[in-house]
Write a protein that binds this ligand. Structure first.
Ligand code: 7TS
Length: 416
């Protein structure tokens, strides 16, 4: 690891040598070198992951679990080894607590269907926050409609943090489930999930944390957080799209009915009725995304080699640098906390609509994202039509932030 000196005093982690591991980063877009700052939407994939997918398809491809032949056994071993890697990576006590899903959205929907259908009744309260992604709002609103439960939320303060002064009045015994995003994709806020879950659990409230922007970006230990469920997506942490996970506390999963029925999740099936396997198989009906799981395992190996603490620290430093640079832009409104935030900066420039700004950036090879980022209630709260967002990962550099600044200064001139 090389250390560069940023400004006068602050030494900064430089991981630019890792860019060689990401083939996609080395290209020109509209005649200029690509700057990929859309990592909160999806990360890029290292060669180690891409090669593992190829290796699996070229050498081991077969369906898992039910085969007795060599290829199936190899595929099953690598598949289940990936589950162990993921369990270790997120601090699960037990490998069987990790369920593979298509990602955060499907993980949340699993809980908001199975758990909610079993335990929610009319008059119960579902408590979430004002900064949730739509995928942690809509499934609960649907669950509320089905059960007659009501949804309430913890409001967001001007600085992008939760208004915890209202916590005691909101987190009452009527609440049956409390759910909260770990790192906000629109503000960067890192919520105190450990403290919040402890408070909820003391009242017997079930808890779910949306870790889409946290796993692979900062150290996550589900046992330390103390939640009951934790959802995440592989594609935001160097793994392929279409794969992710739900961690569930063993006793919670053991008490839950299946969601999808089909092959793999059963013990015995008759023409009248069926009995089911325990978790995780109970929740993994049908042929899974085998290559996706194996790719996720390879992504965990890669991230562990880089080191999650190093990734986290790099993200903090690069974001602090970007915040410092961006504050100089005329007419800029940066959303979210000034310090202690995830590796992203969402902002609004007085002179340009986010879509126009992002299109302008694209013509210079800079990939930003503009819009509501699937957090419409938050946009309403901050009275903006949407924001532009630069989101970083460990392969991004200060030189790229400098290029972004150059392009943003040009945009201000162009639109003013
Ligand atoms: N929760 C959060 C906090 C997210 O940021 C996202 C995706 C999701 C849930 C859903 O994840 P998925 O993998 O199931 O789609 N966030 C974004 C984003 O910010 N831009 O594009 C996707």
């Amino acid at each position: 690891m090389r250390i560069v000196v940023l400004g006068k005093t602050s030494p900064m982690i430089d991981l630019s040598h890792l860019r060689a591991d990401f083939p996609i980063l080395h290209q020109q877009v509209h005649g200029e070198p690509l700057v990929y700052f859309d990592n909160a939407a999806s990360s890029q994939k290292p060669r180690a992951v891409i090669q593992e997918l190829t290796r699996y398809y070229e050498q081991d491809n077969a369906n898992v679990h039910r085969g007795l032949h060599e290829l199936s056994n190899r595929a099953t071993d690598t598949f289940e080894a990936a589950r162990k890697k993921v369990a270790r990576f997120i601090g699960a006590a037990n490998t069987h607590e990790v369920i593979f899903t298509r990602g955060t959205t499907e993980s949340i929907n699993l809980v908001a269907n199975v758990w909610a259908n079993q335990y929610l009744k009319a008059g119960d309260v579902i408590l979430y926050t004002g900064m949730e992604h739509h995928s942690n709002l809509v499934p609960w609103q649907l669950a509320a409609k089905r059960s007659g439960a009501v949804v309430k939320h913890i409001p967001v303060l001007d600085d992008g943090t939760l208004d915890l002064s209202l916590l005691d009045s909101l987190l009452t015994e009527q609440v049956k489930i409390f759910t909260c995003v770990h790192v906000s994709n629109s503000l960067g806020t890192i919520n105190p999930v450990r403290e919040l879950c402890a408070k909820a659990r003391a009242l017997g409230i079930t808890t779910l944390v949306d870790g889409a922007q946290a796993v692979g970006h900062l150290p996550v230990n589900v046992q330390e957080i103390g939640c009951d469920f934790y959802a995440f997506s592989g594609h935001k942490m160097c793994a392929p799209t279409g794969i992710g996970g739900l961690w569930g506390r063993a006793e919670k999963l053991a008490a839950m009915q299946p969601w999808h029925g089909g092959g793999e999740m059963i013990e015995v099936v008759t023409l009248e009725t069926s009995s089911y396997k325990a978790a995780p198989a109970r929740f993994e009906a049908g042929t899974p995304d085998i290559a996706g799981v194996i790719g996720l395992g390879a992504a965990v190996d890669y991230l562990e080699k880089v080191g999650i603490d190093t990734i986290h620290q790099h993200g903090r430093e690069l974001t602090a640098y970007a915040l410092q640079c961006m504050a100089e832009l005329p007419g800029i409104h940066i959303l979210g906390p000034q310090s202690e935030r995830g590796a992203l900066v969402a902002f609004h420039l007085a002179c340009a609509h986010p879509h126009d700004l992002v299109e302008f950036a694209n013509t210079h090879g800079l990939a930003l994202r503009g819009g509501h980022h699937c957090t419409q209630p938050l946009m309403k709260r901050f009275k903006v039509p949407g924001t532009s967002r630069a989101s970083f990962y460990f392969y991004n550099t200060t030189a790229e932030v400098d290029r972004m600044m150059d392009i943003l200064h040009r945009a201000v001139k162009f639109f003013s």
